[in-house]
Design a protein around this ligand. Sequence first.
Ligand code: SAH
Length: 514
Amino acid sequence: MAEIEKENVGTVFLVGAGPGDVGLITQKAIELISTCDVLVFDHLANAELRKRAKSDCEHIDVGKSPGRHTVVQEEIGKILVNRARAGKRVVRLKGGDPFVFGRCAEEMIVLDQSNIPYEIVPGVTAALACAAYAGIPLSHREYGSSISFLTGHEDVEKESLRVDFAKFAEVGGTLCIYMGMGTLNEITKKLLKGGLAPDKPAAIVSHGTLPTQRKIISTLGNLVKDATREDLKAPAIIFIGNSVGLSGEKNWFENRPLFGTRIVVTRPVNQTSRLKLLLEKKGAEVLELPLIKILPQEDRNLIAETFTGIATYGWVIFTSANGAKEFFKLFFKAFSDIRSFGPMRIACVGEATADVVRKFNLEVELIPKRSTAEDLAQELVATNSLDSANVLVVAGNRNREVLVGLLESIGHAIVDTLPIYQTDFADVLTAPDRSDFIEKGADAIVFASSSAALSYIEQEDDLVLSKNAKKPIYCSFGTQTSETLQENELTVGIEAADSTLESMVESLVNYFKK
Ligand code: SAH
């Protein structure tokens, strides 16, 4: 009987999530996050990681607030035990490494006592990560031969520091102090009293590995003054030791071209990731403010009818990347062979749309110089191939009429439309980073379409920036979007050269380089 019960018990994985940069998590951790039934996390674990979980995974936030540690810790133990006993596969995600000041030991003991099977997955701990991302060597053949990890958190019962810092002044080497910002003054005093020289190199790295990373390079004697002046905040690691002095003011991470900029991305929720990733690679902090949502609009009869007659069209015109993607998804549901598509000519409104079409090894014959409905229509008319020709326009619900109207009136074409998705304004009140944007503002806000720009304009009242917030420049992916912004008296700071994500990122890099 006992054996059967044991078989039904789930395993708990105590997993290190790394210090912040999602790329610093282990492959094992990713695999566990994407297969677990329950994900228990606190504020130090990057929110992006949670998106990897299964759609039916239960997310439990046990974010600790200071002073409530004991109660919450007990509750966490209970949650882990209860979920495992219910047969669930549980991941307890912890910032950095679970065994470095992460209270993993307590959770492990509870699991042991409750006879719950568990595994422990290490993570990149904050001291190592902050050192690497701030260019601070922790050891050096001549300047540092030992590395100590210490906590600056005071002992709640004794109202004193837990670590005898004066003794560590004798130990020397490189000291890496976690949770020390609240007691920085006391720590530096004790180290000086213990015999460390005031000119001993010292540094602080806050929000390490994140786009908001900040660091100061100082000396033990000046550390408190410099940290106060620079207003450095927790979470931060304090480094003290001779090898710390080998770090320069700047470093590879902070030298990336968009480091220190805040850029708002307004694409629909499921489409933000690639632009976000590209911007983050260049060092930007990306805020998500989805302004539109895209809903598939599938009139099955119309789609079946269109596909049946697809080979009769002289031209097929794609007016957006979304439309093209959705079109081919449906097409390959209906046909397994690209030869069913037919010998028609293809036009696309811009490069990004054409890229989608080219993925199927189809040649795009026409892309207008400016990405507007008018330019597309005029350049098509100039090919002298429209008169009485059958033309299919694959489009969303916006900006379709202008194109169709012109093709019919000046091109004398016979136009069918295939509405394939619907663009609606997304409610900014539910946007993930709205309050952050309102409070601090941003350097740039990026609009990928006219619809996004119109949605912004309509909802501006819900996005009024606070007094000290940075005012963003407006960036557009193409002519049409720029025109929409200008018609509404918003100055366009940047227009992407060819409407692709890459060119938008390049334009932003060039702009902020100045
Ligand atoms: N288990 C974690 C440490 C948890 S204790 C680890 O291995 O990293 C919390 C402390 O970790 C914070 O007070 C701070 O000192 C440090 N810390 C965590 N993430 C950090 C980050 N991104 N940048 C700087 N310090 C960080």
